[in-house]
Design a protein around this ligand. Structure first.
Ligand code: IVH
Length: 307
């Protein structure tokens, strides 16, 4: 029986990863459901075989009465903002004055909610909101319902990975169609809808909202043997996380401006909302040299699209 449970975990984790992270399903949904129901039946008879990384936790757990407050191992900072090319040139000038020539990793700024995921020996054990940056709320049960968050990863690492949970436009439209049909108040935008879902004390309700996630940072890049942001993203991919494939390594501000222009024009075509572009000094040693202010890293900046 235990061996079959292990087999089912492996198969379901793999099918889930192929479907929700790689976006490349290899078996029909019915096959996944069949195996999942086999596992649910076993766990009902043998509750002692149910683990925190069982694929069955995706459906949610018993409602909580409140979320616990938990301190972040390292604070969750935010980014300084830029609203114009001049702001970005000022940023670039400061960076080059301090550390010389740099490359920038340029990413889309996902309009969702920052979350921090803790893995111990490769198993997802805790997920927090940003909160005030020092203390977040424990929303682990809700995050477990997001299929794109791996419950186990491909290496037995103990570390924290951070990213943005969001509601895809498609899920948002479906949610509001359903609310309209029920005569309920509509959600204002995907970001609010995602926030509402993650604040549900009943994770079985959160499970009904189709949220997604992109991971983009690690507390300490050395923990995953990365010496730059681009390597870190590639490593996160290899470990089993979903990162945003839309990203570009730029060798100067000219290339950064081209990338910003590209997405200013094309952002409507994306399956999710973005509210800007994030520009990060790629090299870790140079990031370290630049350091932080009290609130944000000096090696990165967020360009915000005009409202
Ligand atoms: S890096 C030190 N990369 O934008 C903070 N942030 O104020 C490092 N965001 O709180 C954040 N997409 O919630 C980073 N590709 C991305 C992002 C991103 C969205 C959010 C995040 C952060 C806020 C910046």
């Amino acid at each position: 029986m235990e061996k079959r449970v292990q087999e089912l975990h492996q198969l379901l984790h793999r099918y889930n990863y192929e479907y929700h992270v790689l976006d490349n399903p290899t078996v029909p949904d019915a096959e996944y459901d069949k195996l999942l129901h086999e596992l649910i039946a076993i766990e009902e008879k043998h509750p002692e075989l149910k683990t925190q990384d069982s694929p069955t936790v995706r459906v949610g757990a018993e409602p909580l009465s409140k979320f616990d407050k938990v301190n972040h191992d390292t604070p969750m900072l935010s980014l300084g903002n830029a609203f114009s090319e001049e702001d970005l040139i000022a940023f670039d000038t400061r960076v080059r004055n301090e550390v010389g020539n740099v490359e920038y990793m340029v990413e889309l700024k996902i309009d969702g909610l920052a979350v921090s995921l803790k893995y111990v020996d490769g198993v997802f054990v805790q997920g927090l909101t940003r909160g005030d940056g020092t203390t977040g709320e424990n929303i682990t049960e809700n995050l477990r319902t997001i299929y794109a968050i791996p419950l186990t990863i491909k290496e037995p690492l103990t570390f924290e990975v951070r990213g943005e949970a969001y509601m895809p436009k498609k899920s948002f439209i479906a949610l509001n169609e359903q609310r309209a049909a029920n005569g309920e108040q509509l959600a204002a935008n995907p970001r609010n809808a995602a926030a509402g879902s993650l604040r549900q004390l009943d994770s079985r309700l959160a499970a009904k909202r189709k949220l997604d996630i992109f991971l983009y940072s690690v507390n300490d890049l050395r923990e995953i043997n990365a010496s730059s942001q681009s390597e870190a993203l590639d490593r996160l991919d290899a470990i089993g996380f979903k990162t945003n494939p839309e990203r570009r390594l730029c060798k100067d501000m000219q290339e950064v401006f081209e990338y910003i222009k590209l997405w200013t024009e094309k952002r409507e075509n994306l399956a999710y909302d973005i509210d800007g572009i994030v520009i990060k000094v790629n090299n870790l040693a140079k990031q370290d040299e630049l350091g932080f202010t009290a609130k944000s890293p000096k090696w990165a900046i967020a360009y915000k699209f005009p409202a």
